[in-house]
Design a binder for this molecule. Structure first.
Ligand SMILES: [Zn+2]
Length: 290
């Protein structure tokens, strides 16, 4: 078990430097060759998004997990199902790690769909969608309640089916690294985006999820892998290069929602447009082959 353990320690200890490096590279590429021109200056947007992330992380670490973990451990006393034991017996610790990462990615896909389908959760998640510029900093724009919900999902997987705790920092670091890249204000060559998109959630696919039109934002829910969207038929193609729709969610399209107090208060004081439930446009055959 030493391999994944060491990887988890590395992910935990070096996360800030790793994510900071990816953010810096993304910011340089965005400045050099942006996919589209900015609407707002970076200052308040970046401060708000980073502030939300830090506040959410602090809130999660400081409060809820302790309460929930103690409650579960006292009431239940351990995992109901040792789901990873057969995987470990078959392929050892690295097989357990791969299984845990795949399961966490499926869980985040399902949680993301739930956040679009259930209106109270959509109000919370719409803070992430309310960025009218989408760049690497959008990756960390999540309301603290959403960060807590994601943490609780992972905690439940640990407590109910025995997911090893060391899988969490590895997935958190991997997921955030991918998210920084996929939100970045850049466009990969179409063919490269299409090839990577067979397995991964690429910038082309994820930036479509931030379009203001429901047929796009109700699709491409995956975090790291795009295979869940393919399997559940929620995959939409990248946005067109000519006249693409804007980013954001109606009616949070004004400059003021980039300010931190608005980002915190939005779920409680204003109602986002209800997702229409329209099905996403399926990929054309030619796009699937690419
Ligand atoms: Zn979403």
């Amino acid at each position: 078990m030493s391999g994944p353990d060491q990887l988890a320690s590395f992910a935990r200890d070096e996360q800030v430097w790793l994510l900071g490096g990816v953010f810096l590279v993304a910011a340089l590429i965005e400045a050099w060759r942006p996919e589209r021109a900015r609407i707002l200056p970076r200052g308040w947007r970046w401060a708000t998004n980073l502030g939300l992330h830090l506040f959410g992380q602090w809130l999660f670490l400081a409060m809820l997990p302790v309460t929930i973990a103690v409650w579960f451990l006292l009431k239940i006393g351990g995992p109901h199902v040792a789901a990873f034991a057969p995987v470990g017996a078959w392929g050892g610790a690295w097989a357990v790690l791969v299984a845990a990462l795949v399961l966490l990615d499926l869980a985040t896909y399902l949680q993301h769909r739930l956040m679009h389908a259930f209106f109270p959760l959509w109000r919370v998640h719409s803070v992430h969608h309310s960025d009218i510029d989408v760049d690497a900093a959008t990756a960390v724009r999540h309301h603290p309640f959403e960060i807590i919900l994601s943490g609780m999902t992972a905690l439940l997987l640990m407590l109910v089916i025995g997911m090893p705790p060391w899988a969490l920092p590895i997935y958190a670091t991997l997921g955030l690294t991918v998210q920084l890249a996929q939100h970045a204000n850049l466009r990969l060559p179409a063919r490269l985006d299409a090839i990577l998109g067979l397995v991964l959630m690429t910038p082309g696919l994820h930036r479509a999820h931030h379009a203001v039109t429901p047929e796009y934002y109700n699709s491409n829910f995956g975090t790291v892998l795009s295979v869940w969207d393919r399997f559940f038929r929620t995959l939409a193609p990248p946005l067109p290069e000519e006249n693409p729709p804007g980013f954001g969610v109606t009616p949070f399209l004004a400059d003021r929602y980039a300010r931190p107090h608005w980002a915190l208060l939005l779920p409680f004081v204003l109602r986002p447009e209800r997702p229409s439930g329209r099905q996403p446009q399926p990929l054309a055959r030619s796009q699937r082959r690419a």
